[in-house]
Design a protein around this ligand. Sequence first.
Ligand SMILES: [Zn+2]
Length: 280
Amino acid sequence: MVEYKFLKFVFVVRKSYSSQLLMTALLFIISTKLIYAKHPYDYLIEFCRIGERVPGTNGHKQARDFIINNLNNPEIDSFFTRGTWFYNIYKRYSGKNRRIGIAAHWDSDIGCPGANDGGSGVALLLGLADTLELNPPEMAVDIIFFDGEDVGKAELLGSKHFAAKCVNNYAFILVLDMVGDKDLQIFQEGNSAKFFPELVDSIWDIGMEIAPSVFIPVIKYYIIDDHISLIKYGIRAVNIIDFDYPYWDSKDDTIDKCSKESLDTMYKFILKIVYPKYIY
Ligand SMILES: [Zn+2]
């Protein structure tokens, strides 16, 4: 009988131990899965239907409203210059750690539909906003849509306006631009790397974890993009861009040059930055 009792005891212990293991495994799976809403590529399809988004045009107003309507109570920061209204759009999420920003411009140049140039960044930010609504992050995150980047020869109007009145002490801001093309390769951008070499290396380390064939830790181009306005005002900003895009600034920058796979890679990359503890 003693032996039986012992066996019974072992059985109970084993049973509770295995159910504990099961619970732990389940909790691990649940805690490492983010809840997704809509894929960024679906946002890109809808956003591209609007066509060109040149400031002052009807397409510009439609694109502004599309972004606003797909965010939960965003801040709209409008300003008037050169005879036209411009609109920066922000969505801020609170958290314990130092604030980071993920930014993209949403306007497009004259004669350019801007599917990849501007559009890909917008699609990623809207997807990220959905995920942040459903999975509150530990770190404080700002999602920033700049207007007026492509006015004239990259006048960077929205980011200049933002930087001039910025009071937040950001850990860094990532500026995404042209990150949705089918043949995606992201080299380090020269101006970002010149000012913040360690930050750029650490961002590329994360990128290489997600997609080693996409993120190349070598400088290829020096780009004038919204990060330049931010750096001028002392904000640590890094440009994430694939400048090897033959359709840049042309009528051929259309959605057929972009891919769901590329946006998926970039989506995982920004999620890894915002939610470093999760598995992708
Ligand atoms: Zn651009």
